[in-house]
Design a binder for this molecule. Structure first.
Ligand SMILES: [Zn+2]
Ligand SMILES: [Zn+2]
Length: 193
């Protein structure tokens, strides 16, 4: 499942919006319908993000602009995904906001068919086949690269007790949390059995 946007639907520029609009756009706007974008609704389900306006857990704005032979795609993403703390394994929601740009070039068949990276700038580049832009790859990369590598549920997260596995952030009575000797009958142990 992917999203291939036909070039003839772009015109000189189009903005695709999911959730609420983040910034003013100079292009005409088209609201993304999640029912037609199963690839995206599955990502939102995995991250427990709702595009519902009342909660605004997922807001994406995608500008697609024609620039001579290339297309410039500019994205602004703001979301509140579900993350898992690397220390305590607690699941929590935290806001992420990011912007990214990419250029889509026409793939050249006469280049021998090998891999060729176009690295004119630090901007990411993708290829298109002259018929459409596969925007789902770009958006998927944007979402996952915006997630923190080492999420922490709180800056001073104390992680899990090495003796009983209890969450030391909540453990009032774990022997180790009180920095006395470890006890095998830590009251938090039943949460992990
Ligand atoms: Zn934590
Ligand atoms: Zn313990």
């Amino acid at each position: 499942m992917s999203w291939k946007l036909p070039l003839n639907q772009i015109g000189s520029g189009t903005t695709f919006v999911l959730g609420k609009q983040i910034q003013n756009s100079r292009f005409r706007e088209i609201a993304l319908d999640l029912k037609q974008h199963v690839w995206l609704s599955e990502i939102l389900k995995e991250l427990e993000c709702s595009p519902d306006n009342s909660q605004s857990h997922f807001n994406l704005q995608l500008n697609v602009e024609k620039q001579s032979e290339a297309y410039r795609v500019k994205a602004h993403l703001q979301m509140i995904p579900k993350l898992e703390c690397v220390r305590s394994l607690t699941q929590f929601h935290s806001e992420v906001e990011t912007e990214a740009e990419a250029l889509f070039f026409r793939a050249e068949e006469n280049k021998g068919g090998g891999e060729h990276e176009i690295s004119e700038s630090e901007m990411e580049s993708y290829e298109h086949d002259g018929a459409g832009l596969v925007l789902s790859d770009f958006v998927t990369d944007l979402i996952y690269t915006s997630l923190p590598d080492f999420p922490l549920c709180q800056p001073q997260c104390r992680g899990l007790c090495s003796e009983c596995g209890c969450n030391l952030n909540d453990a009032q009575s774990c022997g180790l949390a009180e920095e006395t000797s470890a006890t095998s009958d830590c009251p938090n142990i039943h949460f992990f059995q």
